[in-house]
Design a protein. Structure first.
Length: 428
């Protein structure tokens, strides 16, 4: 074992208590997308205390980037990315640091707020990685960027935010990464890493369908045009849109929210449907958008109404190339062993880290933090633990002990890329 490796192992153990404390604080104080004011301040304060060369704040809203320059010459730059925002979910995890936050002012609210996706884990892990790597900076070539991104779950409609906004801000122009890396916690067994060559997460867009009729009293429906029946017909029909794409391509079209005039005895002027399209194959997105537009137009016209459909917040799929996996997985296996690195099927969730990996190259992986087991491609709960609770569920949980392993993976991947350690190392 090299002196650097011994130093990293020692620093990882020293950082564990901070990692857990930071994660608990963030978990108890969640903030929704584009409102991560206190989270960003917490992150920036910790980065300054850790002695970063620079701490850049206010990026694309509340984004933060810590810059650490190594003590040895080298041109590579690793970006370790974490997302910071939480979800409008009422937490039922039962942990003693559970969120009790309610956002009274968020558009569409008030909302209970919780880290039901695990972004508190990501933020605390990358902060701890910054601590460990900062302690060995004199032994490192190149530079490290610790990227804390707001609004990964999507900003409120009409606002700008997320990874694309960070990229567009120019924050990486003077120090362009040669690799972006991150991992998303989930219900895999604790310490297990899941990867997929090709598209690991789906492409996504937000859908808004506004159907307009003619408002009238509910007792006089013949004197108006009711937008509710065509809205209901659209909701029913979207379940058949999968038939427009090849059977081997995974797609979903889901309507998650219906907004109307809000009065029982009024036939309203408009009904607005909010939903999402997900496609593992990016080429299917335009096809589904076109079919959904025609579907909405024709159903509305059948009832004498009109439909307007808009697509927003497009996120490209997360794609792991074979070359980048070959460069990165040896570092992961060095930490967790061969048996704990498994190939996983594609997921219909999205993550806008794809913007960064598309721009700079890199890898995004799944990381297990729950009491589960894997049999082939079947994931089941372990009877001796809390079991399998997926992300975005009010009861979602993550085991603190697993996060030290996640931090160690982040540091190992970063150091190996800076050093160009592996024979399949991607060019930087």
């Amino acid at each position: 074992m090299s002196v650097l490796q011994e130093s990293l192992d020692r620093e990882a153990e020293l950082a564990r208590a901070d990692l857990v404390a930071w994660r608990h604080h963030l978990h108890a104080h969640p903030e929704l997308s584009n409102r991560e004011v206190e989270t960003a301040a917490f992150v920036a304060a910790r980065l300054r205390a850790l002695g970063m060369d620079e701490v850049r704040t206010g990026i694309a809203g509340h984004g933060v980037v810590g810059v650490l320059r190594g003590g040895l010459p080298g041109g590579r730059v690793v970006a370790l990315r974490a997302d910071m925002d939480a979800l409008p979910v009422k937490e039922t995890s039962g942990v003693d640091f559970a969120s009790r936050v309610v956002d009274e002012h968020y558009p569409g609210g008030p909302f209970p707020v919780a880290h039901a996706c695990g972004h508190d884990c990501h933020t605390a892990t990358v902060l701890a990685a910054a601590r460990a790597l900062g302690a060995v900076r004199e032994q490192l070539p190149g530079s490290l960027l610790f990227v804390f991104q707001p609004a990964e779950e999507g900003p409120p409609v009409g606002e700008i935010g997320g990874a694309q906004a960070m990229l567009d801000s120019g924050v990486f122009d003077d120090l362009s990464p040669t690799m972006a890396f991150g991992m998303h916690v989930g219900p895999l067994p604790k310490g297990m890493v899941g990867y997929r060559a090709g598209n690991q997460y789906a492409a996504s867009c937000l859908v808004r369908i506004t159907i307009t009729g003619q408002q009238v009293h509910a007792s006089l429906p013949w004197m108006g045009l009711d937008p509710m029946p065509p809205a209901a017909a659209v909701i029913t029909a979207v379940g058949q849109l999968y038939r427009q794409v090849p059977a081997y391509d995974a797609v979903t079209v889901s309507i998650g929210h219906v907004e109307d005039v809000g009065r029982f005895n009024i036939i309203g002027q408009q009904v607005t449907l909010w939903g999402t399209i997900r496609c593992i194959e990016e080429a299917d997105m335009a096809l589904l958008q076109d079919h959904l537009r025609r579907l909405a137009d024709h159903h509305a016209a059948a009832y004498g109404c009109t439909a307007e459909i808009t697509y927003d917040q497009y996120v490209p799929p997360v794609t792991n190339t074979q070359a980048w996996l070959e460069a990165t997985l040896p570092s992961v296996r060095a930490v967790v062993g061969d048996d704990n690195v498994v190939e996983v099927p594609p997921a219909m969730g999205y993550d806008d880290v794809s913007v960064l990996t598309n721009a700079f190259g890199g890898v995004y992986l799944n990381f297990g933090v729950q009491d589960t087991t894997v049999d082939g491609q079947t994931l089941t709960a372990r009877p001796d633990g809390r079991g399998l609770i997926p992300n975005h569920n009010p009861g979602f949980y993550a085991d603190d002990d697993a996060l030290t392993t996640s931090m160690r993976i982040h540091t190992q991947v970063a150091v190996d890329h800076l050093l160009g350690t592996h024979p399949h190392d991607a060019p930087g």
